[in-house]
Ligand binder design. Structure first.
Ligand code: PLP
Length: 415
């Protein structure tokens, strides 16, 4: 069965309605009044409310089926199957990634995770003593640890900017832009930012930061690099909207791609020339990005199922997904505001927030909140492993308003 028919059959099987779109547009998932058809694509335990999708994805049906198909082929004839499919499927994954984020396929490299992408990017940058890197105090350790390792290896200096003094919930866009751009100087070679912060849920206005850097004449020679994993698959943006030079994301969170997959995008293919390979790439020399992808044999059945994840998101519709996630996060924030002992860390403003909602319950340790929600109410949420270490809720495409309501009821009981 070819790819289009395969995805169509997968959606039809669960939704009872999948429309072949106009030629070249892939397939549309018809959603009717709700998102039940999308939820049915996931094999999630129905006894639980799954609101921790920011940590690691459950594979939707088209991804599961593709993995299974490739696994069977590899197990039957590993050598024959790899030779028959590797180049074809890698190119297909890169082309799907490029189409999803509005870039050329020559601007995409494949990795195994956000952490791997950030590390390869920063280690490949050929920094020297005297070069400066600016990051923030609020980045995930995938960013700061990579940069510390690079600083130790190269002699470059890393400076961290504090973005707010009290809470991310009260921060204004102008203040964020001013603190970040104000920290960039003539020696700054790299500005390392996180698009959606996974401890607070704060979204950085990357485009406004880029514009202000340009207005102040600080953009030439500076590389604006973004850890975008928590916006990728959750926000409706393309690479060109952001104004960064490099964008790194894992595909195994909001995109619901195969676990162990990620991407690095360059704003222009020639930017990859600045990045020295750290892990030798394998073959496929006709696309720069792909040529920069770390070589070695991978979990092929996962990597080759990446295109299905991009196609599923595109078939549902990026704007529709972003609107849905914003709606659920807004319902949650509105409900949390009514619980006296809850302190919200995420901005209410949808322009400064995405799908992650972070909060504390006064008098109850966040680890207790997470444990009690699961044990007493069957609700799965997570806790930030760094920064505030607060409770995090991340409604995704498999969730609905009724689940947000269930969480709010449970928190009322707990708080
Ligand atoms: C902001 C941020 N960056 C990077 C990572 C690491 O992602 P990965 O598991 O894809 O390496 C995480 C993990 O959740 C994160 O929250």
């Amino acid at each position: 069965m070819d790819r289009r028919r395969f995805l169509g059959a997968a959606c039809l099987a669960v939704a009872g309605a999948a429309l072949p779109a106009r030629a070249g547009e892939g397939l549309q998932v018809r959603l009717g009044d709700g998102w039940d058809e999308v939820r049915a694509l996931f094999d999630l335990d129905p006894a639980l409310v799954h609101l921790g999708g920011l940590l690691i994805a459950s594979h939707p049906l088209p991804v599961r089926e593709a993995i299974e198909r490739h696994r069977k082929g590899l197990d039957r004839d590993p050598v024959g199957y790899v030779f028959a499919w590797d180049t074809k499927e890698r190119v297909r994954a890169v082309e799907a990634a490029a189409a999803y984020f509005g870039t050329s396929s020559r601007s995409v490299a494949l990795t195994d995770s956000t952490t791997m992408g950030l590390s390869l990017l920063y280690h490949g940058m050929r920094l020297q003593p005297g070069d400066e890197v600016v990051r923030t105090e609020h980045d995930h350790y995938a960013t700061w640890y990579s940069l510390d390792l690079v600083a130790a290896a190269t002699g470059a200096a890393v400076r961290a900017v504090r973005l707010y003094d009290e809470s991310a919930a009260a921060v204004r866009e102008e203040e964020l832009v001013e603190r970040i751009v104000g920290a960039v100087g003539q020696k700054t070679r790299v500005l390392a930012l996180t698009w959606v912060h996974s401890s607070s849920g704060l979204v950085l206005p990357i485009g406004a930061i880029d514009a202000e850097l340009r207005r102040r004449g600080l953009r030439e020679g500076l590389r604006l690099c973004v850890d975008g994993v928590h916006g990728f698959g959750a926000l409706n943006a393309a690479m060109g909207d952001l104004g960064c030079d490099f964008f790194v994301a894992g595909c195994h969170k909001w995109l619901h791609g195969p676990r162990g997959t990620g991407v690095v995008y360059a704003a222009r293919p020639e930017l990859f020339e600045e990045i020295a390979p750290v892990i030798p790439p394998f073959g496929v020399k006709h696309t720069e990005g792909l040529f920069r992808s770390p070589g070695g044999f991978h979990a092929f059945e996962h990597r080759w199922a990446l295109a299905e994840a991009f196609e599923l998101h595109r078939s549902i519709g990026k704007p529709r997904i972003a609107a849905r996630i914003t709606q659920l996060a807004s319902e949650l924030k509105a409900g949390l505001a009514e619980i006296r002992r809850v302190r919200l860390h995420t901005p209410i403003d949808p322009a400064l927030s995405a799908g992650i909602v972070s909060f504390d319950v006064d008098g109850v340790h966040p680890a207790q909140v997470v444990a009690r929600l699961r044990e007493e109410h069957g609700i799965v949420v997570t806790r930030s492993p760094y920064g505030s270490r607060s409770v995090r809720v991340s409604p995704g495409i498999m969730n609905g308003s009724a689940e947000i309501e269930r969480l709010l009821q449970a928190l009322h009981a707990l708080a």
